[in-house]
Design a protein around this ligand. Structure first.
Ligand code: URA
Length: 277
């Protein structure tokens, strides 16, 4: 192949991988490479899950600006009402509305207000912005299958994003866009109080953990989401690959990594995946 064309194709592939949350290219498959731990470690003695070791701390970079303050929602409200109020607040936020591309909608979270597991993705894609619902496109359908394989249903978990609109050209959200979504994402976590958060993809994991470390190194290990405290403790957080990345790199290795991450999430809740027949 003409070297210029090969370079162009490679650049395109790398850009797509980056958009999907992958920020390292494995050159030699190395199952026991320290940067790609296959061993699942459980989070520290969290009183809402099995006792385990201290969660490894990622090399993190503090935010350059303070996190935007949370939105005050009456804590005595039933969870469904509190979520509805938060959604209404988002729908009237002029700065957020100004970001809506023509013909697109805001995408708030959905699911069980009492969910034990909250999946947090990056931001709306075209299908989500058209329907106003998170994870309904091809990647969302794969996420649904993954949730089903865990023995759960989409309605039984809570699914949201760091950013509640579609960034132009489907690009990775900017720090400003993440800041706009932050109080609403935090608000949903505060209201639902999940026992475990799954950060779906690199952008989400980096934003939630306030780190520049990439998903290849973050996934497969327990972290703690400290921005919301429940009974004085952060929430155990498992980063995993984005299903859009899996769709592109549908290898046995990648699928088993994601599946191991999800099994660790179930184990953290004292559950097991149903046996496959
Ligand atoms: N990707 C995301 O991160 N979130 C969605 O809602 C859809 C695709």
């Amino acid at each position: 192949m003409d070297p210029a064309r090969a370079r162009r194709l490679l650049a395109q592939h790398l850009r797509t991988d980056q958009l999907l949350g992958l920020d390292a290219v494995p050159i030699h498959p190395a199952p026991n490479h320290p940067e790609q731990p296959t061993l699942i470690q459980q989070p520290a003695g969290h009183d809402r899950g099995p006792k385990t070791q201290a969660p490894p701390r990622p090399a993190s970079t503090p935010r350059l600006t303070p996190a935007p303050p949370p939105i005050e929602i009456d804590p005595s409200l039933p969870k469904a009402e509190a979520l509805a109020q938060l959604r209404e607040h988002l729908a009237t936020n002029e700065a957020v509305l100004a970001k809506l591309l023509p013909g697109t909608q805001l995408v708030f979270g959905e699911g069980d207000p009492d969910a034990e597991i909250m999946f947090i993705g990056e931001g709306a894609g075209a299908d989500e912005a058209r329907t106003g619902r998170p994870f309904v496109g091809k990647a969302g359908q794969l996420l649904d299958q993954m949730i089903k394989a865990m023995g759960l249903s989409r309605e039984g978990v809570y699914i949201t994003n760091v950013v509640h609109f579609q960034p132009p050209g489907n690009r990775v959200p900017t720090p400003d866009e993440v800041d706009l979504g932050w109080p609403y994402m935090i608000g949903q976590v505060q209201i639902v109080k999940p026992k475990v958060i799954v950060a779906v993809g690199g952008t989400s994991a980096k934003a939630l953990l306030n780190t520049t470390t990439g998903i290849t190194r973050l996934r497969g290990q327990w972290h703690t989401f400290d921005a919301v405290q429940i009974d004085g403790q952060g929430i155990p957080l498992m980063p995993t690959f984005h299903p859009a990345f899996l769709l592109r790199s549908y290898t046995r290795e990648n699928r088993s990594k994601v599946w191991n991450d999800l099994l660790a999430v179930l184990a953290q809740l004292g559950k097991e995946a149903p046996k496959r027949g």
